[in-house]
Design a protein around this ligand. Structure first.
Ligand code: COA
Ligand code: AMP
Length: 631
């Protein structure tokens, strides 16, 4: 069936469509409702059904004869280690770790927080939670102790699983001191922590609380998969909201397994046994869906790569991994390709590797600029597919579905709506925009399986953040348009979220940190264009009356504060002092206007601004750090 017919079927008869897709999953007891729509705006998929996600991702492949196939290939240029875990190995390791968790009193519904680098033990910990019905919450390693503490307080984990360190190119980042600090900051205290000691750093253990992973494994009893309801949560993943308090996106078991399994063949065109590599991190949604669950649910081999696109050791790193492990399909963020292109514009390193097994590259996480897309297409000679999604949906909203029908690629567009998603471009009053007109990108409810059913213990915030703008529609937070061929174009965010190297960050969260500096009266953080990372945060601060500060010293303090409170991942490295900030008459800071000035793009001066001189002042301040260039 072609794309058009598949999409129409998903819209006209969603029950039949998803009941068919659900056959890709082994159910312990069948569901009695495909979609429970009795309590709008809350929807639940596969109600009444019972399954186990770990069983579907691991055990069933062993039972079906894939026990000797590689489930996980790990490749770490930063530690010079490589290896393979077969499905049988993964089953044994997961069952054992599930036994360790159970030994610590973790049971169905309990939360386990996972703060790990890109090592296979991270997947083992996630799958072990799924095995016993515990809910995991993975936190990205680049977040600081304060951010970790916020997540500990929200998720209230019984146990925290971590490692002694992560490795960033050549730097060893000790995780344990960060974890100890976070537990100190947090009001909620976990009963225990389980620490995987890596040879690069030894974690100091706290007697009576911290447990050594390897030691505990020596005496643990493997645990079996338990049945969980399709509607039970599998995990919570925190993502940036419009304030400093992150949103706990909930993922259920049933809808998630069905959607991800379906996506592996239909979106990415991979079959059981194929090697699929997502060069991301388990701390992000891409890592959850396409390093761990998607490839494993489909019986593929997944690659755990602990390294960067460049510098580990050179811009040929990705090509080496693809050729060495016979990768068929790769997924990463455009920023990774910009980094490679910058260091090796001619693609010289590609000549060294046999890329004959490689069939497609998928990009997501930020807008893919046409230059990067065409460079990748030209150098790799395979389809380069931009696709659009977000933490909340857990899988693609718009894509070129290679497993169904490859549509013509239009650079700058992630192509068309994925079956299951009724994507509309609306005005704020709910009317549809004409084709080609920019509007709010909304999805008509219900969202398809796999998307968030709610926010962790916060139905109210879920409704308020996503469902209250226009009744019956989910607000994606992106603005854009649909062209005459039905292609979607994602143009910008409508909120204060910025995308830095494919990482989603809240400028509001950074402003909250800057505002805490004793000399700062007022501040704004904007995302300015960056050739490598897409966007970079830049702070503009107004000092309190009487504060007489050396500007570069103050900027250094502000940079350090964001690093300490949010983490290095924020990439906050620039702050300038201004006398005042431009505002509307009602007092709203004109961040968009300042961003246009910084980027040197056309500045649309809002009618509500009285004193235009303020814009020249902002421009002059930004020019002192190399922005707001005259064009
Ligand atoms: N643990 C601790 N620190 C981390 C970290 C982790 N897991 N991940 C990143 N950091 C740190 C980095 O070391 C860096 O610190 P620094 O300021 O001391 O140099 C900072 O956080 C910013 O990291 P990053 O934005 O990744 O920048 P980078 O300069 O190290 O690398 C790229 C830039 C483009 C090479 C890299 O971001 C990349 O490969 N991105 C594409 C893949 C991807 O991760 N996509 C995400 C979603 S698909
Ligand atoms: P995250 O939740 O971290 O995956 O970030 C989701 C946001 O990243 C989206 O809402 C978009 O703003 C942006 N994004 C992700 N993929 C794309 C894409 N292919 N094109 C444009 N923007 C994207």
């Amino acid at each position: 069936m072609n794309y058009k017919d598949t999409y129409s079927r998903s819209m006209n008869d969603p029950d039949a469509f998803w009941a068919e897709a659900a056959k890709g999953i082994d159910w312990i007891s069948p569901f009695d409702m495909i979609l429970d729509d009795t309590t709008p705006p809350f929807y639940h998929w596969f109600k009444g059904g019972e399954l186990n996600t770990c069983y579907n991702a691991v055990d069933r492949h062993v039972a079906n004869g894939r026990g000797e196939q590689a489930a996980i290939i790990f490749d770490s240029p930063v530690t010079n280690t490589k290896g393979t875990l077969t499905y049988s190995d993964l089953q044994a390791a997961t069952a054992l770790f599930a036994g360790i968790l159970a030994g610590q009193g973790v049971a169905k519904g309990d939360r386990v927080l996972i703060y790990m680098p890109m090592i296979p033990e991270a997947a083992i910990a996630m799958l072990a939670c799924a095995r016993i019905g515990a809910i995991h919450s993975v936190v990205f390693g680049g977040f600081a102790a304060k951010e970790l503490a916020t997540r500990i307080d929200d998720a209230k984990p019984k146990v925290i699983v971590s490692a002694s360190c992560g490795i960033e190119v050549k730097k060893v980042i000790e995780y344990k001191p960060l974890l100890d600090k976070a537990i100190d900051f947090a009001t909620h205290k976990p009963a225990s922590t389980i620490i995987y000691q890596r040879p690069q750093a030894a974690a100091q253990m706290i007697e009576g609380r911290d447990i050594d992973w390897v030691e505990a494994a020596k005496t643990a009893t493997p645990a079996e998969c338990v049945p969980v309801a399709a509607t039970d949560p599998l995990y919570i993943l925190y993502t940036s909201g419009t304030t400093g308090i992150p949103k706990g996106v909930v993922r259920d078991n049933g809808g998630h397994a069905v959607a991800l399994h379906w996506s592996m063949k239909n979106v990415y065109n991979v079959e059981p046994g194929d090697v699929f590599w997502s060069a991301s991190d388990v701390g992000w949604v891409v890592g959850h869906s396409y390093i761990v669950y998607g490839p494993l649910l489909a019986g593929c081999t997944t690659v755990f790569y602990e390294g960067k696109p460049v510098g580990t050791p050179d811009p040929g790193a990705f090509w080496r991994v693809i050729s060495e492990h016979d990768v068929k399909v790769m997924f990463t963020a455009p920023t990774a390709f910009r980094a490679i292109k910058r260091e090796d514009p001619e693609g010289t390193y590609l000549q060294k590797y046999d890329m004959s097994k490689f069939e497609a590259l998928f990009l997501a996480g930020e807008r893919c600029d046409p230059d990067t897309l065409s460079w990748a297409q030209e150098k790799l000679g395979v389809p380069v597919i931009d696709h659009w999604w977000q933490t909340e949906t857990g899988w693609a909203i718009a894509a070129n579905l290679l497993g169904i029908e490859q549509l013509p690629i239009k650079a700058g567009s992630p192509t068309v709506a994925v079956p299951g998603y009724d994507v509309r471009i609306l005005k704020e009053n709910g009317e549809e925009e004409q084709s080609g007109e920019i509007g709010l990108i909304m999805i008509k409810l219900p969202l398809p399986p796999g998307c968030l059913p709610t926010l962790w213990q916060n139905d109210e915030r879920y409704v308020e953040s996503y469902l209250s703008m226009i009744e019956g529609y989910y607000l994606t937070g992106d603005a854009g348009f649909k062209d005459e061929d039905g292609y979607l174009w994602i143009m910008s965010r409508i909120d204060d979220i910025i995308n830095v190297a494919g990482h989603r960050l809240s400028t509001g969260g950074m402003e909250e940190v800057l505002a805490n500096h004793g000399d700062v009266a007022e501040c704004a953080v904007i995302g300015v264009a960056d050739q490598l990372k897409g966007e970079l945060p830049l702070g503009l601060v107004v000092l309190k009356a009487g504060a007489d500060r050396d500007v570069s010293e103050l900027a250094g303090e502000l940079v350090q504060m964001v690093r300490d409170k949010i983490g290095p991942v924020a990439s906050f490295k620039m702050a300038v002092v201004v006398d005042r900030l431009p505002k509307t008459r009602s007092g709203k800071i004109l961040r968009g206007t300042m961003k246009s000035i910084a980027d040197g793009s056309e500045v649309k001066v809002p009618a509500t601004i009285d004193d235009l001189a303020i814009l020249d002042e902002i421009k002059a301040a930004l020019q002192t750090i190399g922005y707001a260039k005259e064009t």
